[in-house]
Design a binder for this molecule. Structure first.
Ligand SMILES: NC(=O)c1ccc[n+]([C@@H]2O[C@H](COP(=O)([O-])OP(=O)(O)OC[C@H]3O[C@@H](n4cnc5c(N)ncnc54)[C@H](OP(=O)(O)O)[C@@H]3O)[C@@H](O)[C@H]2O)c1
Length: 286
């Protein structure tokens, strides 16, 4: 079976390729704007912003994973996702898997959920067969945020919330299991960590592991917007980040499932494990 991974050079995509390569009977095709020759699997050029390039990139695949980009200009990621789904249809890919987001729902741009929801709907309406793997918030992204917050003593949010952080490695293993497995047509999975953490709980966890005080602090939307702008984030990025924080408070990431284990065959890592690794990488001598 020939399985394509669109977004193969990214951190998540590389993990999916690595997992697929370990499976017998699977021929992997890594699709990216920067294909490099590998001794181990085929690579092809494909750019979501040049839809015509995707026809050749997706030709002859039995299954395709579409991993969205991190493009944050309003509407760009929606356009990319729809272009990839349309190209897969033109190429006749029998089964398309889309990496989506936990909590995805109909929201206007530039809300982070807008592009995921639009893609899910389009996929369901046009793909020959489809599956969706919604990701919870990356544990690694929280580790980065916690490291920055520890320097300031405050983990800032818009309100109390619960998030079941999941590691990229677990999502990659689950996506590979879905792609290479059978019986997933029309299924929507949600890849989550083993438990949800409140803001206060994750601040306490970071405090314990880093040995430095960290408090979860909430503030009104306009104050958080000003804080991010003062930190130098571009305005369009600030609005996406704020929509994620609003999504936290709305409970969009407060979901724990057994889907990582169902798809990958192993239990997801805890947030403690990911944080411990991130913090030890930070203090390790050069
Ligand atoms: N759940 C979460 O907390 C969370 C957080 C951040 C992001 N995400 C989502 O998860 C996805 C994967 O994350 P990641 O950490 O693996 O991101 P990453 O390492 O930044 O990878 C992004 C990938 O997008 C590809 N790409 C960029 N522009 C492209 C284009 N025009 N056409 C085709 N490919 C393009 C890049 O490949 P080339 O440059 O080689 O083409 C790269 O493979 C993200 O893109 C985002 O949708 C989720």
């Amino acid at each position: 079976m020939k399985i394509g991974v669109s977004g193969a050079s990214g951190k998540l995509g590389a993990g999916v390729v690595e997992n697929l390569r370990l499976r017998s009977g699977v021929e992997v095709v890594g699709i990216t704007r920067t294909p490099l020759p590998t001794g181990s699997h085929e690579t092809r050029f494909g750019d979501y912003d040049q839809p015509e390039s995707l026809d050749a990139a997706y030709a002859g695949l039995d299954r395709l994973l579409i991993i969205p980009t991190v493009a944050l200009a309003p509407g760009q990621r929606t356009q990319q996702n729809l272009a990839a789904i349309d190209a897969a249809r033109r190429a006749g890919v029998p089964h398309v898997v889309f990496m989506s987001s936990a909590g995805a729902r109909a929201r206007p741009e530039p809300d982070v959920w807008a592009s995921y929801f639009a893609a899910e709907q389009h996929l369901m309406q046009t793909a020959l067969q489809w599956s969706i793997l919604r990701m919870n918030y990356y544990a690694e992204s929280f580790a980065d945020e916690a490291k920055a917050a520890l320097a300031q003593g405050a983990l800032v949010g818009l309100g109390e919330n619960r998030v079941a952080f999941v590691s990229r490695a677990d999502l990659a293993a689950a996506a590979a299991g879905l792609l290479a497995g059978e019986g997933h047509e029309g299924a929507v999975y949600v890849g989550t960590g083993p438990r949800a953490w409140t803001g206060a709980e994750r601040a306490d966890l970071a405090t314990k592991l880093a040995g430095k005080p960290l408090q979860h602090v909430t503030m009104p939307l306009q104050d958080l917007r000003a804080r991010f702008l003062d930190a130098g984030l571009p305005p369009h990025v600030v609005e996406v980040v704020l929509s994620i924080r609003q999504g936290f408070v709305a409970g969009g990431f407060d979901i724990v499932t057994g889907d990582i284990e169902i798809l990958s065959g192993r239990a997801p890592q805890s947030l403690e494990t990911v944080l411990m690794k991130a913090f030890s990488d930070q203090v390790a001598p050069a």
